[in-house]
Ligand binder design. Structure first.
Ligand SMILES: [Zn+2]
Ligand SMILES: [Zn+2]
Length: 134
């Protein structure tokens, strides 16, 4: 079934799926570049360490509620430990619990998406993501 490509500004015909072949290729290229960049971030490897798994689990046991949801008056179970100051900015604070916040998945993925978007644009990763706690 042919229809017009779903990509904004593109008027080619899409035969398989929502996009035309060219836009589909472009989308895959972008995704691959994005994944590569993420995988290349050396600080991500701390999340794979036994120490991180152990300490983040203990932290969540102590702080079972999502901090962002709690600020909005919502009670939501925390599922992830978030770094207030990103690890790539302050790797020395990676295991410092005073730099940690408990977040639920939706708050955490929202924040991660924001940081990753910024990571692409910002050269060298400045500390502009940092907001002091209220
Ligand atoms: Zn297209
Ligand atoms: Zn939340």
């Amino acid at each position: 079934m042919a229809r017009i490509c779903a990509a904004p500004g593109c008027e080619r015909v899409a035969f398989a799926g929502p996009r035309c072949d060219l836009c589909e290729l472009e989308r895959q290229d972008k995704r691959r570049a994005f994944d590569k960049r993420r995988a290349a971030d050396p600080h991500r490897k701390i999340y794979k360490t036994a120490r991180w798994l152990r300490e983040s689990r203990a932290f969540l046991a102590e702080h079972p509620r999502c901090a962002d949801c709690a600020a909005a008056g919502i009670v939501e179970a925390a599922r992830a430990v978030d770094h207030v100051i990103a690890v790539r900015v302050r790797p020395d604070l990676a295991f410092d619990a005073s730099n940690w916040r408990p977040l639920c998945w939706s708050c955490h993925s929202r924040k991660t998406a924001r940081e990753d978007a910024g990571f692409g644009r910002r050269k060298g990763g400045g500390g502009s993501e940092f907001r002091p706690p209220p």
